[in-house]
Design a protein around this ligand. Structure first.
Ligand code: ATP
Length: 845
């Protein structure tokens, strides 16, 4: 209590003279150690007493002014409990103790309240009132009352002190408030400044954040890019490695192929020489054969004449033969008679001889009997002489008879001999003829064998040629070979470029040379350079024909491709180019001039010729022709007999539908298909079609084709000996020319045609672009032309495009467009050409 009073006494002294009391700086809830006061205009500081230490277990001893302790109260209580109601006193004492504890706490709180300046007077008053109440409740107990009084006193004292302090505090608070207000103002200012700064910083921060996020994004993107680039780089490295390997392997292959090519070329030359030798032998054999056949026929004539002669002789000699036979029979019977007579004479002679003998024996006997009389002997000798005479006469008769017989026999033998001789003669000549005939037959057989051998060789040579042409040579990358040799392997569309000569009416403005043909070994015959505004545009194709190239020169380059159609390939050749650039000239040629015949008639001539020569190898071909034009997006049958399509408004009466079958063959419904057997028939059909074609005059071309012309030749061949079948198709197409309306000066119907032509050609370029980019969808159906050409552009055909170019400088932009388009076409990869061939089915045999 004393400590407290001292503390406040100091303050009380201050109270009288102060004008302004301030509290020392307080921050972070730390209690201030000084109070400041302005004393007589001077700022002084007064130390505030330290706060009481933390309450000890003996709480009562900390309370200043309360000079009794808990022990006192307990002792008092114990004493009183001896006499009074134990329970009531104890309870009340405890209540009192509780009250005192709360009072102590109040004092401590008062001391410890921040700076000791806030005093809850209301609470103290409440406490006081409750203490008074409790005092009343406690009644007349002396001890309690004195305790209570003390407490009350203490309380009152506390109240007054607190009131005083609160007054001081109020002042202090006011001052402090002002200070604080000033500080707050300052702080607000600072705050505002800070806020502005903060806002600025915030905006800066946002900008920086934006920058940062952008940078982050950029960094992430860069990292991603870096990652993808590194992946790409890795891939590229791998690709590079693999391509290096590929290149080296390709180089190896190239070398090997070159070697192979050389060997093949040698082989080819050998084969060619063999072929020519075989051909020569064949020619010799054929001439020999002809001679033999001639010989044979003369021999046959001889033989037949001999046979005729023999039969006539036989017929002629028949009568004399009969007569001779009769004579012979008569003679034979005569001979028989003579023989009988002779026999009889012989018998007689023998008998007489035996008589002579017996007589001779008898004579000998008589001679033995010497004793016989001479007369008897004489008589016997006479007898013997008679008999001998008889015998000799008989011998004479036998001799004459024998002579007669010999004569008769001679007579008999004469015609027989003659006949026999004749027979023998004719037999001899027949045998000789037969011999000759057999010899000739042998020679013929031999010749036939040789002929067969030669033909076999020829077939094998042809087979080899085909094989070399269609299989082996395709892998040989040698420019001296035909570009079609590569087609089977690469599957690209080949492109030939043809520059026509300047026409007479063009030569006036042809001083400037805009087209060049490079002469370097690389590009010789394959390159073409265009000069536009001083800029050079270089192009390379499979072949470039200069203006002086003849129709024959051009055909030579495609003849092998045409040959492929006979070998069972689908072949498509089409001419593309600006109007008047020479497409129709290339495809059809100039009518009535044999030297200027175009590719279509030349191809057909070759096909018919080859068909003829292949017949000897067992090949039989059937050829069918159809011709159509696509005019204003409508199909017209150029071989239709009734001409129902030719309607006034240019629209077709019939609706022709294009269909492709599973084999990639194209069919146009209701189209006239004509069987052809000779070039003359085809020429007739071509003339007929040319008359039906839509042709018109434009500023660019006197005879401008206003439609796309499609000539189709279907070839089906059967080989009887090898049982092979082939189905080839040859499509030859003369496209309508692309043109600029401003240049062509088209109006009316021409304008409509031009628009249709340009639209279908742009569809063609769309298709080519889609193919070049290997897009999933190729818009073949966008025009009739592209749909018709679908198997040629996207299938397994051997396709060749002619890009025709005009050398006229005024056509330079169009030429450049055409060449760019052609370069695209050249890069297009379509399917690998497939040969349509199969073994013949037994049913079809
Ligand atoms: N190589 C050539 N040699 C000689 N004359 C040629 C040659 N090429 C074209 N011509 C001539 O040029 C003219 C135009 O040729 P052509 O009619 O063939 O052109 P086009 O491209 O078919 O034209 P369009 O698309 O208008 O039908 C014709 O008179 C033709 O005879």
């Amino acid at each position: 209590m004393m400590k407290l009073q001292n503390q406040f006494n100091g303050v009380e002294g201050l109270d009288q003279s102060r004008r302004e009391i301030m509290v020392g700086p307080r921050s972070n809830g730390i209690r201030p150690r000084h109070a400041f006061a302005a004393v007589n205009g001077r700022r002084e500081s007064f130390p505030l007493s330290a706060p009481p230490s933390a309450p000890t277990s003996n709480a009562g001893s900390d309370v200043a002014g309360l000079d009794f302790t808990r022990e006192d109260v307990e002792a008092l209580l114990n004493e009183r409990m001896k006499t009074k109601n134990k329970f009531n006193y104890k309870e009340r004492c405890e209540q009192m103790m509780d009250y005192i504890r709360r009072l102590r706490l109040c004092i401590r709180w008062f001391q410890e309240v921040e700076g000791g300046y806030l005093l809850e007077q209301e609470n103290l008053r409440e406490l006081l009132e409750s203490a008074e109440k409790k005092c009343t409740e406690m009644g007349n107990n002396e001890l309690s009352r004195s305790v209570i009084h003390r407490i009350l006193r203490l309380s009152k004292c506390l109240i007054t002190e607190s009131e005083r302090i609160s007054a001081i505090l109020e002042v202090l608070m006011q001052n402090k408030e002002e200070d604080l207000n000033a500080i707050i103002m300052e702080l607000r200012k600072n705050y505002n400044l800070l806020q502005e700064k903060c806002a600025k910083e915030e905006s800066d921060k946002l900008a920086v954040m934006d920058d940062l996020s952008r940078e982050k994004e950029a960094r992430i993107a860069a990292e991603k890019l870096q990652a993808s680039l590194s992946v790409d780089l890795e891939k590229a490295n791998q690709e590079q490695q693999s391509s290096t390997q590929k290149i080296s392997s390709l180089n190896d292959m190239y070398k090997r192929l070159q070697e192979y090519n050389t060997s093949l070329q040698q082989y080819n030359t050998k084969l060619q020489t063999e072929l020519s030798m075989t051909n020569e032998t064949l020619k010799c054999v054929e001439s020999e054969k002809a001679a033999i056949v001639e010989n044979l026929s003369t021999l046959r004539g001889q033989f037949s004449s001999l046979q005729d002669h023999l039969t006539s002789f036989r017929v002629g000699s028949y009568a004399s033969q009969e007569e001779a036979a009769n004579q012979k029979e008569a003679l034979v019977s005569e001979v028989g008679c003579l023989r009988m007579e002779l026999q009889q004479a012989r018998d007689e002679r023998d008998r007489q001889l035996s008589q002579v003998l017996s007589l001779t024996e008898e004579v000998a006997k008589y001679k033995d009997f010497t004793g016989k009389s001479a007369s008897e002997l004489d008589c016997l000798t006479v007898k013997s002489n008679e008999l001998e005479a008889k015998c000799s006469s008989r011998n004479e008769i036998v001799r004459t008879l024998q002579d007669q017989l010999a004569a008769a026999q001679k007579k008999l033998q004469m015609p027989a001999l003659w006949l026999l001789l004749a027979f023998q003669m004719s037999d001899l000549s027949a045998i000789e003829t037969r011999k000759q005939f057999e010899e000739q037959n042998l020679i013929i057989c031999d010749l036939r064998n040789r002929l067969e051998d030669a033909e076999l060789k020829l077939v094998e040579g042809e087979k080899l040629r085909k094989k070399l042409h269609n299989t082996i040579l395709v892998v040989v990358s040698h420019r001296s070979l035909s570009p079609f040799d590569f087609q089977e392997l690469k599957g690209n569309i080949r492109v030939f470029c043809r520059v026509r000569p300047l026409l007479s009416d063009e030569s006036s403005n042809a001083d400037t040379k805009v087209i060049n043909f490079p002469t370097s070994t690389e590009a010789m015959g394959r390159g073409i350079d265009l000069l536009q505004n001083g800029q050079k545009h270089c192009f390379t194709f499979d072949k470039v024909f200069m203006p002086d190239a003849s129709q024959e020169d051009v055909f030579v380059e495609i003849s092998q491709l045409v040959q492929s159609a006979l070998d069972g390939y689908k072949v498509c050749i089409f001419a593309y180019g600006q109007t008047g650039s020479g497409k129709t000239f290339t495809m059809m040629g100039r009518p009535g001039n044999a030297n200027k015949k175009g590719l279509i008639p030349r191809s057909l001539e070759q096909i018919f010729e080859t068909r003829q020569s292949l017949q000897s190898q067992g090949w039989k071909y059937e050829l069918q022709v159809s011709m159509l034009e696509i005019y204003n997006e409508t199909i017209r049958d150029l071989l239709a007999t009734n001409k129902s399509y030719a309607m006034e408004n240019g629209t077709s009466g019939k609706q022709y539908m294009i269909k492709h079958d599973a084999n990639g063959n194209t069919h146009v419904s209701d189209l006239t298909i004509v069987d052809v057997r000779s070039t003359r028939e085809v020429s007739y059909l071509l003339d007929k079609a040319a008359q039906s074609r839509s042709v018109g005059k434009t500023l660019m071309n006197e005879q401008s084709s206003r439609s796309h012309f499609v000539f189709t030749l279907r070839i089906s061949g059967v080989n009887e000996s090898t049982e092979q079948q082939v189905q080839g198709v040859l499509n030859l197409i003369d496209l309508a020319g692309s043109e600029r309306l401003s240049k062509s000066g088209s109006t009316g119907d021409r304008l409509k045609e031009t628009q249709a032509i340009n639209k279908s050609l742009s569809s063609l370029s769309d298709v080519i672009f889609a193919l070049a980019k290997r897009e999933d969808h190729v818009p073949f159906r966008n025009s009739k032309l592209t749909y018709l050409l679908q198997p040629c552009l996207g299938g397994d055909s051997k396709t060749l495009m002619f890009v025709n170019i005009s050398p006229d400088p005024s056509s330079l932009p169009e030429s450049l467009c055409s060449l760019r388009f052609a370069a695209r076409v050249n890069a297009c990869e379509i399917g690998v050409p497939r040969r349509q061939t199969n073994a013949r089915l037994s049913e079809s045999r």
